[in-house]
Design a binder for this molecule. Structure first.
Ligand code: DX5
Ligand code: ZN
Length: 223
């Protein structure tokens, strides 16, 4: 399995964001996870397309924009222009999920759906062909530093089954990302359930030595 570590800059020092991104990539990060909150879909407010554009020259790592916003389409288009590589959104926040997926892909980005702890995977039934990534939330969205909800493991297993069946039929790969409360001491269990891409905010940026944390995560994944 090709595993990817995606530090969430939500827990970075925003006053030194460019440096924080370069440091985490130098420490072994594969992807930069970029959390967008609008104080409407979720009760918190973070960063928008201007910040994405500002950090774009600081790294060649893919920028994985997680939209926790409603409505979705206008911001998705702005993030595609601002240099995002992957854009995911919560299906219940979009009036027309299929259209939003098309809009993201037509803008040249990979597209994905995000599932809250209580959101059914049935949103995937008719759009697998238009999805490049599935993101399973293992916390309720809105804040970093929350505890992993164990029931998410069943959701990850169910998503992995759908992806494997789809890939066996079509030959096309879909990434399975998990977001919320992922740490060195549970990453192995999350991988065993079927995840291949791991968001970690506080677990990485909350420690002084990013490389030590990412190395420890990779050591767990190699076990
Ligand atoms: C939560 C965000 C997460 C968050 C994860 O709404 O989507 O990406 O930054 O933070 P940790 O890893 O601290 O749970
Ligand atoms: Zn996120």
């Amino acid at each position: 399995m090709n595993y990817r570590i995606a530090p969430s800059i939500l827990s970075a020092d925003f006053a030194r964001l460019g440096e924080e991104i370069r440091d985490v990539v130098a420490a072994g990060a594969d992807i930069i996870h970029f959390d967008v909150m609008d104080n409407h879909y979720v009760p918190n407010l973070t960063i928008g397309p201007m910040v994405c554009e500002a950090i774009r020259p600081h790294t060649s790592a893919p920028i994985d924009v997680h939209l926790m916003v409603k409505p979705v389409d206008a911001l998705a288009a702005m993030f595609a222009k601002a240099g995002a590589d992957i854009i995911t959104f919560h299906p219940e926040a979009s009036e027309h999920v299929d259209r939003t997926l098309e809009l993201i892909r037509d803008a040249g980005c990979k597209a994905g759906l995000v599932f809250n702890p209580a959101t059914s995977l049935s949103y995937l039934d008719h759009v697998m062909d238009k999805i490049d990534m599935i993101l399973i939330m293992s916390v309720n969205p809105g804040f970093g530093g929350q505890s992993f909800i164990p029931e998410a493991l069943n959701k990850i297993r169910a998503a992995r089954e759908r992806i494997d069946a789809y890939t066996a039929r079509t030959g096309r790969e879909i990434w399975l990302e998990v977001d919320g409360g992922v740490k060195v001491d549970n990453i192995r269990e999350v991988a065993a359930a079927g995840a291949d891409t791991f968001v970690a905010g506080s677990a990485i940026y909350g420690k002084p030595d990013y490389k030590a944390v990412i190395d420890a995560m990779r050591a767990e994944l190699a076990k």
